[in-house]
Design a protein around this ligand. Structure first.
Ligand SMILES: [Zn+2]
Ligand SMILES: [Zn+2]
Length: 138
């Protein structure tokens, strides 16, 4: 594909253009399909016919941070699971239960706020369009 800001040829998976540093599809100067110049309100490229609408409607990017925090408050790691960090969320839940049993629930004072803050910050990053790795914390 082409960078929508500077028309440089970039990888299809690239979220940010290595040449100009602009996130793809945030600026609409060029067609991502053929790199020809397009107008801001144009919906289809006249040169190659590709739809110029933002293609990556990342469903994980729209979750509300406070809602994810709330989910992790009720079930440890649930916010993380909903955010796509399935393995991390399940591990948090299992480890949280084990440590909770050992400490007779006292560990929840520490693990619960951490899980809530983590879910909130991860959701915030995703909402801002940042790339979050599967095991990334905070
Ligand atoms: Zn560029
Ligand atoms: Zn085009």
């Amino acid at each position: 594909m082409h960078c929508t800001n500077c028309s440089e040829t970039i990888s299809d998976q690239a979220e940010i253009c290595p040449k100009c540093g602009v996130r793809t599809f945030t600026v609409k100067n060029y067609c991502h399909g053929c790199g020809s110049s397009v107008k801001e309100n144009q919906e289809i490229c006249i040169s190659c016919g590709v739809s110029l609408k933002r293609k990556n409607n990342n469903s994980n990017g729209e979750k509300e941070p406070w809602l994810m925090a709330l989910l992790s408050f009720f079930i440890l790691g649930l916010g993380q699971i909903v955010l796509g960090q399935t393995a991390k969320g399940i591990t948090m839940l299992v480890v949280g239960i084990i440590i909770g049993m050992i400490t007779f629930g006292l560990s929840a004072i520490i693990t619960l706020p951490l899980a809530v803050i983590d879910a909130y910050l991860i959701a915030k990053k995703k909402k801002e369009g940042k790339v979050v790795r599967d095991w990334e914390f905070f």
